[in-house]
Design a protein around this ligand. Structure first.
Ligand SMILES: [Ca+2]
Length: 268
């Protein structure tokens, strides 16, 4: 597992996987209103505010819900050629501040168009869920929700999609009203790709073969070639290369970069 995370981090460092999508709200003005869903439009307020807690979040999303089944909705555009099933987690920084916010399941839903209806009320649109077994937050929390629950549905979602996420909480406008509305915050909302999918689809404009202790690259002239170990160390580099290049390496997993394309190879 550690190796997989190292590979993901490494590929992100190289900028080879641009498919990670993050909303940090820094390009939105304070008081910008985001859309939401619920039993009634006045059951949800989703607004950009300055981080009211300690931390370097800058602008954050403040969510106030007055009834169950209300949540904010984010418009997100996926990278061309991908579907939502190419992403396997939704992560965000969360702060659950006041009202009925403790010991809740956090749900993630997706829609192909601007949603209507209630949040956390239709399992057909649910991507994933995670139990937050805690009361009020005492600091920003890193939350990571697997979203592979409904891949058959996720495969149908591409381009611009709508993500609803959060908790279903009691508030002042429910049938059995709470004393106060629920208030929680989110920032750095990130869709992370399933790296196994992406490494499969990235192909170098070259033929790469391996033998015990060796990588051979046959490329067109003028190619820029680099080989990285899984730890991110550059073990070989040659610009303006061409023809057959043979590189001796220790056994292991390597990333071969030819111009802007990559191939993952295993050397015995
Ligand atoms: Ca932010």
């Amino acid at each position: 597992m550690k190796k997989i995370y190292t590979l993901i981090a490494f590929l992100f460092c190289l900028g080879l996987l641009s498919a990670q999508i993050t909303e940090d709200f820094e390009d939105m003005s304070i008081n910008t209103q985001l859309s939401g869903i619920g039993w009634s439009p006045d059951h949800i307020t989703a607004e950009i505010v300055a981080n009211p807690f300690s931390g370097s979040q800058g602008n954050v999303l403040q969510v106030t819900t007055a009834n169950y089944n209300a949540a904010p909705v984010l418009e997100i555009t996926l990278e061309a050629g991908t579907t939502l099933s190419d992403y396997n987690s939704l992560q965000f920084q969360g702060y659950f501040a006041s009202g009925d916010i403790g010991w809740k399941t956090i749900y993630v839903e997706a829609y192909p168009s601007v949603p209507t209806g209630q949040f956390a009320n239709d399992e057909n649109v649910r991507l994933g869920e995670w139990e937050r077994a805690k009361g009020e937050s005492s600091g920003w929390e890193a939350i990571d929700i697997p979203i592979n629950q409904n891949d058959t549905y996720s495969e149908t979602l591409s381009g611009t999609i709508y993500i609803a996420f959060g908790i279903s909480a009691n508030g002042t406008m429910s049938d059995n009203p709470a004393a106060e509305d629920a208030v929680w915050y989110a920032d750095d909302i990130t869709l992370s790709p399933d790296v196994s999918t992406f490494t499969k689809t990235i192909k170098a404009d070259a033929e790469i073969s391996t033998a015990p202790g060796n990588v051979t690259i046959a490329s067109k002239s003028g190619s820029n070639i680099a080989i990285y170990s899984l730890s991110g160390a550059k073990v070989f580099n040659q610009d303006n290369a061409g023809g057959n290049i043979s590189v001796n390496v220790a056994p292991g997993l390597y990333i071969v970069v030819v111009d802007n394309t990559t191939t993952k190879v295993v050397v015995q």
